[in-house]
Write a protein of this length. Structure first.
Length: 275
């Protein structure tokens, strides 16, 4: 399955003084068999892209649809993608973890047993033990637990795409690592599209990286190739992983040594990821 955005403009305040184009003629395809990171400076249009791709925001101009047959036939985006915002409390509907995760499956008309099974499965996959968390009030959860509960609410819908906006922002290192493990486990089950300023996370989880700036795509390719363009990323105020920065500096000073360092730092891990 593929999410397609074709010549998409999103204009906020259209027709009013101060109107702003958040996306400008955007063309992009996102497949359900890949993990894609979307990076760029603040205001680049990254969250807006997620909102369009999830069907929560209609383009001002252009088209956005999901094609599950490979023939360009339209499917509603809301039926194939779920979005987890950076601040999960913005998308909670109920008081308890169980009821909130069950919110979507109940509205699909599933039986009580089917809803329970989906909630339990989603909680386990999100790293929340049902016996300990199902009855908890959402207000009592930590920031990391809220992030996991919000992800569980989307996983319970069993959609082909999971979209996440800054999934590890503001989390401590241990919780961040847990979210990373969750994403690694889920990327074999569904397409993942994540917006993040954490390029170390991007390097570890995404096969493909899209760089945005001022509402347009400026780069789109294999993550290791995109992250190797250190000057471009740093020029946009982004912080590439230290290994890429080291190789970039060495490349100018000692190309032979840079190649050797690249082999030591990356080739084993990248070979594993590509198998």
């Amino acid at each position: 399955m593929t999410i397609v955005l074709e010549r998409v403009d999103v204009e906020f305040g259209s027709g009013l003084p101060g109107a702003r184009l958040a996306l400008k003629g955007l063309d992009i395809s996102l497949r359900s068999d890949e993990c894609v990171a979307v990076v760029g400076p603040t205001g680049a249009g990254k969250t807006t892209l997620l909102e369009v791709a999830s069907g929560l925001l209609a383009p001002t101009r252009g088209r956005a649809w999901a094609d599950g047959r490979g023939d360009g036939g339209d499917q509603p985006l809301r039926s194939v993608a779920g979005l987890v915002y950076q601040f999960p409390e913005l998308q909670f509907f109920e008081d308890t973890v169980f009821d909130d995760v069950a919110f979507g499956p109940r509205r699909l008309g599933l039986s009580t047993d089917a809803v329970r099974e989906r909630v339990q499965s989603a909680l386990l996959r999100s790293g929340l033990e049902p016996g300990a968390f199902a009855g908890r009030n959402l207000a009592t959860l930590s920031a990391g637990e809220k992030r996991r509960a919000a992800i569980a609410g989307i996983l319970a819908l069993e959609r082909p795409f999971l979209l996440l906006d800054e999934p590890t922002a503001g989390l401590d290192p241990a919780t961040r690592e847990g979210i990373l493990e969750l994403l690694v486990a889920e990327r074999s089950e569904r397409g993942i599209v994540l917006v993040s300023h954490d390029l170390d996370l991007v390097d570890r989880v995404a096969e493909r990286t899209v760089v945005m700036n001022a509402g347009v795509v400026v780069s789109d390719g294999r993550t290791r190739d995109v992250l190797s363009d250190v000057e471009r990323l740093e020029g946009m105020g982004l912080a590439p992983p230290v290994g890429y920065v080291l190789i970039s500096r060495l490349q100018r000073l000692a190309p032979t040594e840079a190649a050797a360092v690249r082999n030591v730092l990356f080739e084993g891990r990248l070979a594993d990821a590509e198998r």
